[in-house]
Design a protein around this ligand. Structure first.
Ligand code: GLU
Length: 395
């Protein structure tokens, strides 16, 4: 029946992060003991102080439609957070709250991109960036990093990728899938290139900002020359263990925020009222309230990196943020193990799923076909067991 569907949906790839998670769920339902390291989802409970705020909102009868761009109290709280954590000055009319940062990004892309525009994606990039650009009939232009350079692109590479058609760059630090964090100096060097091209807008996805192990990440919009053309994206899913609550938001120039509100008003309206009330408490809470999760992620990062380094043929760098490792496993390409020929990262991820019962995500989905993404948002016991299974399966 695919011929009955639109070209738009037929040309859209399925989200590989979600597909792998669904596959793991399916195999588990069949009775297989699958360890899921595919999805970027904290395995913690949402903190009680946030749950209490939601319960209170239910009891206070918050049940009506909300303003399309979010409750004013929430937008004010987000402005406070932007100032406190990022030194960014936004007013409530520059904030739009959406159903997850994914919708925030989709809104921005829809309102800024025309067919044929080019979007620069430092590679590896999160799976949905390319798909969202494709939906807008824009062309995405990959700028390849290397594991040796900790998956960072250089200013020269950025300069070389820019054409008169370049409209946006999707920038993501801490990065999904590599865990890389750019330093302030590196941001400024990239901004220097962009300053010469005033037609380019920066979508700065900072959803992993609190999950960092060495230094607080910088924000693109803090660079004075970039503020007016930066859209800062953030959300509650990762730092507050609130993936299912679906709260994302942007801080942006007012005209972009207004356009996103118009778009959202036709597609989904204001996001869930209870989640928004709870979000007010979450964004205003001291960052120390969630430090226990970050500390735990750091311990797991150290464990998984140590274990992976011990496997022959895995090349691993040390990620400094988010909760992913992105090892290069290309040394296995062309080899046959347990009767399975591995030609690429997708074969490798499938091999791990079938022979080790461990779900990961192929690097191809992130525009980086030599690697696989392993999420360590799982218990220490699961991580140890998963890596031991991988090691055994690879012999
Ligand atoms: N962002 C998470 C991930 O990369 C959740 C799944 C998704 O939306 O892609 O695993």
């Amino acid at each position: 029946m695919s011929n009955l569907l639109s070209d738009r949906i037929n040309s859209l790839p399925t989200s590989q992060t979600l597909a792998m998670a669904a596959k793991a769920r399916e195999l588990r339902a069949e009775g297989k003991d699958i360890i899921g390291l595919s999805l970027g989802e904290p395995d913690f409970n949402t903190p009680d102080f946030i749950k209490d705020a939601a319960i209170e909102a239910v009891n206070q009868n918050y049940n009506s439609y909300t303003p399309v761009d979010g409750y004013l109290e929430l937008k004010e709280a987000i402005c406070t957070k932007f100032k406190r954590d990022n030194n960014l000055d936004y007013k409530p009319n520059q904030i739009v709250v959406s159903t997850g940062a994914k919708q925030s990004i989709a809104n921005v892309a829809q309102v800024l991109l025309n067919p044929g525009d080019e979007v620069i994606l430092p590679t590896p990039y999160w799976v949905s960036y390319s798909a969202i650009a494709t939906l807008c009939e824009a062309k995405f232009v990959e700028v390849q990093s290397t594991i040796e350079n900790d998956f960072k692109i250089t200013p020269d590479q950025l300069a070389a990728a820019i054409t008169p058609k370049t409209k946006m760059i999707f920038f993501n630090s801490p990065n999904n899938p590599s865990g890389t964090i750019y330093s302030e100096e590196e941001y400024r060097a990239l901004a220097e290139v962009l300053e010469k091209h005033p037609q380019i807008y920066v979508l700065s996805d900072e959803i992993y900002e609190h999950i960092n192990y060495d230094a607080k990440p910088f924000s693109f919009g803090c660079i004075e020359s970039m503020y007016d053309r930066t859209i800062t994206v953030n959300g509650l899913a990762k730092a507050f263990a609130m993936t299912g609550w679906r709260i994302g938001y942007i801080g942006a120039p007012e005209w972009i925020a207004k356009a996103c509100t118009k778009m959202q008003g036709q597609v989904t309206s204001g996001t869930n009222c209870i989640a928004q009330r709870a979000a007010i408490t979450a964004v205003l809470a001291p960052v120390e309230n969630i430090q226990y999760m970050v500390d735990e992620f750091r311990t797991r990062r150290d464990i998984i990196v140590g274990l992976l380094k011990d496997i022959d043929g895995f090349k691993v760098n040390i990620p400094t943020g988010a909760f992913y490792v992105f090892p290069d496993i290309s040394s296995y390409f062309g080899k046959t193990i347990q009767g399975v020929t591995i030609s690429n990262a997708s074969d490798f991820a499938l091999f791990l799923l079938e022979k080790a019962n461990v779900a990961t995500v192929t690097g191809e989905a992130f525009g980086f076909p030599n690697c696989i993404r392993i999420s360590y948002a799982a218990s220490e016991e699961q991580i140890r067991e998963a890596i031991s299974r991988i090691k055994t399966a690879l012999g």
